[in-house]
Ligand binder design. Structure first.
Ligand SMILES: Cc1ncc(COP(=O)(O)O)c(C=O)c1O
Ligand SMILES: N[C@H](C=O)CCC(=O)O
Length: 430
């Protein structure tokens, strides 16, 4: 595969943009280094790079692009929004419509506030939880990623784990000390932490289905323990659904799992590809937020007409009948094909899949927590990643990131992908 232009542009990029990328996750550092593929165009399930190569895309921009690239309904919404002015700095009717749509889909949210990113949304839920409880400390689970605000860059998964910086430099020790970290899916360690710190905790941050050390479901009973002990200690439960909301069904993972968090953070899919975040929760908690309450959060771009209208359009696509069933069907075809290829070529892998979201770990262990994901073979993943890329399959350059099937993928795309996986595993077995 010719990658001359990607390499040339990357060499230029590194002289102007730190690392040549605008989010560290995009770097190929963890998969052998070199130039990340520079993309020129994206349409449906496909990417086209600056050298003219075509790829089947499973990155989906790290999750937001669940309807495929340049979906006509979303593109039309953006065009209309642009024609009517991109930014007002005033309330709009669209914001009300979208807030109502989100509330209808996520019953635990009485009130909503829009932000510009998942990072901002999560960061603000922490502030609101602190304002509501009058406490400082927070608990999070190891390897979960909640954006890049100071407090949550302790034991963070995703990019920080990929690049070996789960505890980022620049986070004051005093802030890191406010965070208690326990392993996901480990009720004993969680209860121990709650017995010790529970009465000092403002909130517990949870990715209810983890998406940042691969896709990992909570074991039966685990979230029950989290909610029971949070209630006992008067600690708020905050679901970070930036990846999970509208991923597996038309709504949040909380509804699928049968829980009502006090606060929920949203992002990614709800912007339809434009920058967005949102948070919401119970009325009495959300009343803490300015201008009604003392917890301040603001944003020049927050609730901008473009992101709101592409978000509405995206949810309109997703609420059509059969969308999630089809994502599940294609996801299962992909999973079955990958597992069959692994068996044929005697490659040891574990696949975790929830509907259209899937991750491959090069390990013979079940992956239920960050330690197990971390122990999976990164070198094998890097080799696999390169072999897939050469065959025109675009994955995230990290063993911790998921593959996302979109509504634009077809059975033929899955078949082609499985063929590429077979070829990659055959080479890896040699
Ligand atoms: C669970 C989770 N929370 C928060 C974030 C931060 O969102 P953003 O990148 O939009 O700031 C991400 C992804 O980046 C995420 O996966
Ligand atoms: N896994 C992250 C979000 O879900 C990746 C996004 C990023 O770091 O750019």
């Amino acid at each position: 595969m010719n990658r001359t232009q990607s390499e040339k542009l990357h060499n230029e990029a590194v002289t102007h943009i730190v690392g040549g990328v605008n989010s560290p996750s995009r770097s190929y550092k963890a998969v052998g280094g070199g130039a990340p593929t520079v993309m020129a165009k994206a349409q449906g399930a496909y990417f086209y790079d600056v050298d003219g190569n075509k790829y089947i895309d499973y990155l989906a921009a790290y999750g937001p692009i669940i309807t495929g690239h340049a979906h006509p309904h979303i593109t039309q919404a953006l065009t209309t929004a642009a024609q009517n002015g991109l930014l007002y700095g005033t309330p709009t009717e669209h914001e009300i419509k979208f807030a109502k749509m989100l509330k209808e889909a996520i019953p635990s949210m009485d009130k909503v506030r829009f932000t510009n990113s998942g990072t901002e949304a999560v960061m603000t839920t922490i502030r609101v939880a602190r304002a509501y409880t009058g406490r400082i400390k927070m608990l999070k689970f190891a390897g979960c990623y909640h954006g890049h605000s100071d407090l949550v860059l302790v034991a963070a998964g995703s990019g920080p784990a990929t690049l070996g910086t789960p505890d980022s430099a620049g986070v004051p020790k005093s802030i890191a000390e406010e965070v208690i970290t326990v392993p996901f899916n480990d009720p004993e360690r969680f209860i121990e932490a709650m017995d010790k710190w529970g009465d000092e905790l403002a909130g517990i941050l949870v990715e209810p289905i983890v998406g940042n050390f691969g896709m990992v479901e909570p074991n039966p009973g685990f979230l029950e323990v989290v909610h029971t002990h949070a209630k006992k200690h008067g600690t708020l439960v905050i679901y970070d659904e930036v990846i999970t909301a509208f991923r597996f069904h038309y709504g949040a993972a909380s509804t699928l799992l049968g829980f009502e968090p006090d606060l929920t953070a949203l992002g990614k899919i709800i912007g339809g590809g434009l920058p967005i975040g949102a948070y919401g929760g119970k009325k009495e908690v959300m009343e803490q937020v300015a201008p009604n309450g003392p917890a301040y959060q603001a944003g020049t771009m927050a609730g901008n007409p473009a992101s709101i209208q592409t978000g509405i359009a995206c949810l309109e696509v997703l609420r059509a009948p059969g969308v999630y069933e089809e994502l599940d069907r294609l996801g299962k075809l992909l999973e079955d094909g990958i597992l069959a290829a692994a068996k044929q070529h005697q490659i040891t892998i574990t696949v975790n899949r929830i509907r259209g979201a899937l991750s491959i770990y090069f390990t013979d262990e079940k992956v239920e927590n960050y330690e197990q994901a971390e122990a999976s073979d990164g070198e094998q993943f890097a080799h696999f990643f390169r072999l897939m890329l050469e065959q025109g399959i675009n994955l995230a350059p990290s063993k911790y990131e998921a593959w996302f099937v979109t509504t634009a993928h077809t059975e033929q795309d899955i078949e082609e992908t499985v063929k590429a996986v077979n070829h990659a595993f055959e080479k890896m077995a040699q």
